[in-house]
Design a protein around this ligand. Structure first.
Ligand SMILES: Nc1ncnc2c1ncn2[C@@H]1O[C@H](COP(=O)(O)OP(=O)(O)OP(=O)(O)O)[C@@H](O)[C@H]1O
Ligand SMILES: [Mg+2]
Length: 891
């Protein structure tokens, strides 16, 4: 830059390490406005809230102008320079003109002295802070059309008249800079962190920062430093409550502004007790104060059921107010809110919960009954950490069996097995009735089962069953046993027992979640849609005694069953319906389960990248929250998705992790584990081995009575080119509900008959179903069949179809798809051997992998060489690399 150097005013030193996100449209508008034009230069007034990104955008526009060859100058208004006439320009001009009347024209001359063909661009950052004379100078610059002027103004600040006149009188257009969108916030955070961010974290960051870039940076940097924003299995998660750095405190306090005490009271009440019903808040703080604060945009009201609730518009306001409050004041306030809640008679289901928490936090000693009710409610809404705290308080206040049972459950669900064990021991001593004995035994069995000790769990249940004579207790025990049976791969038995419990005329509420869970699992494996439906119905929203966590488990297995039956749309609808109340509930959203369900659906739909991402989120969330085998379950899915992406190295790593976390109680997943392995082997190029492993998975599924899983496994073998399983699939198609098995059978039949049109028809049906990647494979196989029957036109159509569908599959690369792009002269075996050559394997390795002699491998390679006129190994390998790789988009 010549002569004068722009003064960069940046709020923080590391600012430029964040790459610009979004804002393309705005930048284009600004660039167009500051470009030199026939009737003279122009410019723009850029306005927006504090920290929204005005300075940054002006800087970007200036850099672009400079690149175009314009002479650029940067001037900034500051509070300190404001007291000096022309202070803003002091750093930029050599000006030594004492007479203010002559100073302005002299300054204009000096600024414009060095003109260039591309013109002069002057940025005036924070023009609201200009002194009067500087404002006049800027006004002159614009009117004389000798330079393009870009001004930034912070919304809501008083602005010198000469500046206001610029856009009021129509000299310059004005652009109001909107906050970044949720998507842009996500992109910004991901570029800063260098990896994918958990959806829940993005959502929270968005809801706190409302698209304010400065706010976001402060928050992210602070949370990183505090180690609350952490990476786990490749996903960034944000846990705990956001803290307030001094800079952040400043920012948020500025947004709250100076308020009279009565308005601060409203914020305080909501900071400690919110959200609250509007009449209750009005009673505590006065209706007028409440309305004033709402008008300032600090609180908002929203409907919940038929009642209106009030809450702070930014959760950070609560942080600020809580930090400002002294301990004694906070205690008194909490007690006041709790008393008001209790006076209104606890209309809402959550009132007991809030009251108990407020009282505990205020140092009071709530009654055992209130604490127990509250703990039960906390379990219901899925906040197990809170449930633990409340139940523990109830126990130490002298509570007996009930709070201890809740405490043991909450500890068990969150994987704190040793502590839970202590509670179970105490429970046994406290149990008086048969039902209580059964409940104590079940609780212990559950812990044992999820600690990976299923045999001991079964023994515990059996012992309990022998000692009770109570009908309710028996039914609850049978429900629990059905869940364990389903996990241990005794599908038929689990289905029968759970259905029996649920249809019993005196089925106790305590048995319903268990039996429904067992039924959902077993009927998914058996392919009985009616029973899946029944399990969902019994645990639907509002069913008494069914916690969010329990409903989550039923929904997770119901969606698994629906996906296995080939009904992804229905599965998504049910997952969606479940997600609704989760986000509303005041407890921990069961986001790990919703991530998991999204991942399962994405896998079926062939969105392998999305699936891998969601599985990673589920693994990370489960590792953090509980240890009931769910990170293993999600790892099985992750391995499969990575295998389908055709990425051998990450898939193999996931496979190792999956194996290391193997959970002994999840026997029902044994076929899925084998299928995951088959996809990894396929990604490594061993297609025939992959098919063999898939067939093995089918055998295991059959031995467990999981017919739908057997269908999936056999269908997977078909996708790997297996032509031997059509009969078995045809039989299974008559045994299970849903379209999935019928299409799989048709697929197997068409492949076995080398029937191109048949495969194509199957591909169309699969696409209609939403199973896009399977549709890709069927189309790719159709192309091969057409080619072998010398129908080259049809082969091309099928190839085009496979490629087009594959575009929606996020870079998936299955063996069938890879074969599509290989030279058509190759046999399947030859293609497989070349793929392994391309993977860097020696002939001996290949021979071992394919269970053939080295000699056979050499023969195949020799024949390929002569057929294609290629002699060296690197070229042979390149054949596969080039053929398989072209559509990949870089990652
Ligand atoms: N689109 C964006 N992409 C990346 N970073 C951004 C973006 N917008 C703003 N930032 C960053 O956010 C921070 C705040 O932005 P900036 O200083 O431009 O805000 P401002 O609107 O000028 O605020 P103020 O009113 O306080 O002057 C800066 O560090 C900036 O680099
Ligand atoms: Mg700025």
């Amino acid at each position: 830059m010549n002569g004068m150097t722009p003064v960069h005013q940046e709020p923080s030193t590391s600012a430029w390490s964040w790459p610009l996100v979004g804002r393309t449209e705005e930048l284009n508008l600004i660039s167009a406005s500051i470009r030199r034009r026939p009737d003279g230069p122009a410019g723009m007034v850029l306005t927006g809230a504090a920290g929204v990104g005005k300075t940054r955008l002006a800087q970007e526009a200036l850099t672009a102008a400079e690149r175009r060859g314009a002479l650029v100058r940067w001037v900034a208004g500051t509070a300190s320079a404001r007291t000096v006439p022309l202070g803003a320009f002091a750093a930029t001009l050599r000006l030594a003109e004492p007479d203010p009347i002559r100073a302005v024209p002299r300054a204009v001359e000096e600024l414009l002295a060095d003109t260039r063909p591309a013109g002069v661009v002057v940025v005036v950052d924070d023009a609201h802070l200009l002194d009067e004379l500087s404002a006049v100078l800027v006004h002159q610059l614009v009117l004389r059309k000798a330079a393009s002027v870009l001004l930034t103004l912070r919304t809501g600040e008083p602005v010198p008249d000469a500046v206001t006149a610029l856009w009021k009188d129509g000299h310059l257009p004005r652009l109001e800079l909107e906050p970044l969108s949720c998507r842009q916030i996500a992109a910004l955070v991901e570029t800063r962190l260098g990896g994918p961010v958990d959806d829940a974290a993005t959502q929270r960051l968005w809801s706190i920062t409302r698209g304010n870039a400065l706010y976001l940076r402060q928050l992210v940097d602070h949370e990183l430093a505090a180690d609350r924003l952490r990476e786990s299995v490749g996903v960034w998660r944000w846990s705990g409550r956001p803290g307030l750095s001094p800079a952040l405190l400043d920012l948020v306090s500025t947004r709250i502004g100076e308020l009279p005490q009565r308005q601060l009271d409203v914020l305080d009440v909501l900071a400690f007790g919110g959200p609250l019903e509007v009449p209750l808040l009005a009673e505590l703080t006065g209706a007028c104060a409440m309305e004033e604060v709402e008008a300032r945009g600090l609180i908002e009201v929203f409907p919940q059921g038929r009642r209106w609730q009030a809450r702070l518009t930014d959760p950070m306001f609560g942080e600020v107010q809580r930090r400002r409050a002294g301990a004694l004041y906070a205690q008194r306030l909490r007690r006041r809110i709790a008393a008001a809640l209790s006076a209104t008679g606890g209309r809402r289901a959550d009132d007991a919960l809030r009251r108990a928490v407020l009282l505990l936090d205020s140092g009071a000693q709530p009654e055992v009954a209130l604490l127990t009710d509250a703990a039960r409610r906390a379990v219901e809404v899925g906040d197990l950490a809170l449930a633990t705290r409340l139940a523990r308080a109830a126990v130490s206040a002298g509570g007996g069996f009930e709070p201890r049972l809740l405490l043991g459950n909450a500890l068990g669900w969150t994987g704190r097995m040793i502590e839970a064990g202590g509670e179970w021991a105490a429970l046994r001593a406290l149990a008086r009735t048969d039902l209580q004995h059964a409940q104590a035994a079940m609780a212990r069995a559950k812990v044992l089962a999820w600690a990976g000790r299923p045999a001991e769990a079964e023994a515990e249940l059996a012992a309990a069953a022998r000692t009770t004579s109570d009908e309710s207790a028996d039914l609850v025990l049978a429900g629990v046993r059905s869940v364990l049976d389903a996990h241990l791969g005794r599908t038929a038995r689990a289905a029968e027992a759970s259905a029996e419990v649920l249809s019993h005329p005196r089925c106790p509420a305590a048995a319903v979640p268990w039996a429904s869970w067992g039924l959902a699992m077993a009927s998914g494996g058996l392919g009985r849609l009616d029973d899946i439906e029944a399990a969902l119905r019994r645990t639907d929203v509002g069913a008494p005694g069914v916690g969010l966590h329990e409903r989550a488990l039923v929904v997770v297995f119901a969606t698994r069953g629906l996906l296995l039956a080939g009904l992804p749309d229905q599965a998504d609808r049910i997952a969606q319906r479940f997600r609704g109340p989760c986000t509303e509930s005041l407890g921990r959203p069961v986001d790990a389960f919703t991530s998991f369900m999204a991942a399962e659906s994405a896998t079926v739909r062939g969105q392998v990248e999305t699936a891998a991402r969601r599985y990673r989120q589920a693994v990370a969330a489960h590792r953090e929250a509980d240890a009931n085998g769910w990170s293993f379950i999600a790892l099985v899915g992750l391995t499969t998705a990575l295998g389908m992406r055709g990425e051998p190295a990450p898939a193999r790593r996931a496979l190792l992790e999956m194996t290391a976390e193997h959970h002994p109680t999840c026997v029902y997943l044994a076929p899925d584990v084998l299928l995951a392995r088959s996809w990894v082997v396929a990604a490594e190029g061993g297609v025939s081995e992959a098919a063999a492993v898939a067939r093995q998975a089918a055998e295991v599924a059959a031995s467990q009575g999981q017919s739908t899983v057997e269908v999936l496994a056999l269908h997977t073998a078909v996708r790997f080119g297996d032509r031997t399983v059509a009969d078995r699939l045809a039989r299974l198609a008559t045994e299970v509900d849903g379209p999935g098995a019928r299409i799989a059978a048709a697929h197997a039949r068409a492949l076995a008959a080398d029937d191109g049109p048949g495969l194509q028809a199957v591909s169309v049906r699969l696409e209609q179903l939403g199973a896009l990647l399977v549709a890709v494979d069927a189309a790719a196989q159709a192309a091969g069949a057409h080619y072998r029957h010398h129908r080259h036109g049809s082969a091309q159509t099928a190839t085009a179809r496979a490629r087009k569908l594959a575009q929606a599959c996020e870079d998936a690369r299955t063996p069938a798809l890879a074969a599509l792009t290989a030279p058509p002269e190759l046999t399947r075996r030859q293609h497989e051997i070349l793929t392994l050559v391309a993977g860097g394997l020696s002939n001996a390795d290949i021979a071992q992998r394919l269970f053939v002699s080295v000699r056979t491998v050499e023969n195949h390679l020799y024949r390929v060489s002569t057929k294609l006129g290629i002699s060296n190994r690197a070229e042979l390998a390149a054949l596969i690399d080039d053929a398989g790789a072209p559509e990949r988009s870089g990652n």
